[in-house]
Design a protein around this ligand. Structure first.
Ligand code: HEM
Length: 160
């Protein structure tokens, strides 16, 4: 057909997970799918056992599924083609998990520790700065979401 090419995000069904050696390059830094998988798996292993974070993460009942979803998140975030039918809604999910500055601080500590253990220096530098910026953006969006909910409480006043 000579029409518009199909947007890559329209998938009829989940497609094959890339092999561990499949690579993407972002800002001159290369990641194998296997690198992302290893880092995400190792990170959530720490989160699940962490005194501060395990409670906010109690909504996760299926860790392998969460890891698969978050590996896909990072793969697509770094420009890889989507292979799961996944839509992400981090702002409400984080809000209802109790997202806060101290929890973000701990999350970032564990994430950077994981990068130190498993990533190449250039991967660590890039990924660490990306999560820092996302964390700051989530703090702002979390506050905006809170204000939105407060204003729109059922039966509540629209003032305050
Ligand atoms: C920069 C830091 C963070 C990033 C980049 C990040 C990223 C994400 C992403 C992409 C998702 C998937 C959203 C979806 O499935 O729609 C998610 C889910 C989640 N995150 Fe975070 N997150 C961060 C920090 C935190 C912190 C500090 C907490 C602690 C409250 C947290 C708790 C959760 C929970 C509980 C879920 C949902 C799990 C579920 O599906 O039940 N995250 N996160």
């Amino acid at each position: 057909m000579d029409g518009e090419p199909e947007p890559p995000y329209i998938l009829a069904m989940d497609s094959t997970i890339p092999s561990a050696d499949e690579m993407i390059e972002v800002a001159g830094v290369t990641f194998r799918h296997g690198d992302l998988d290893q880092i995400v798996s190792s990170f959530y292993g720490k989160v699940a056992g962490d005194d501060l974070l395990k409670d906010p993460f109690r909504s996760v009942h299926d860790w392998p599924e969460h890891i698969k979803r978050l590996t896909h998140f990072w793969w697509t975030r770094f420009g890889g083609p989507p292979y799961l039918l996944a839509q992400y809604a981090p702002v409400p999910k984080h809000y209802f998990a109790g997202f806060s500055e101290p929890l973000l601080k701990r999350w970032l500590e564990l994430f950077n520790e994981t990068l130190e253990e498993h990533a190449q220096p250039e991967q660590k530098a890039l990924w660490s700065s990306v999560v820092d910026r996302m964390g700051q953006a989530f703090l702002v969006k979390n506050q905006m979401f809170h204000e939105y909910l407060e204003k729109n409480k059922p039966g509540g006043s629209s003032e305050s």
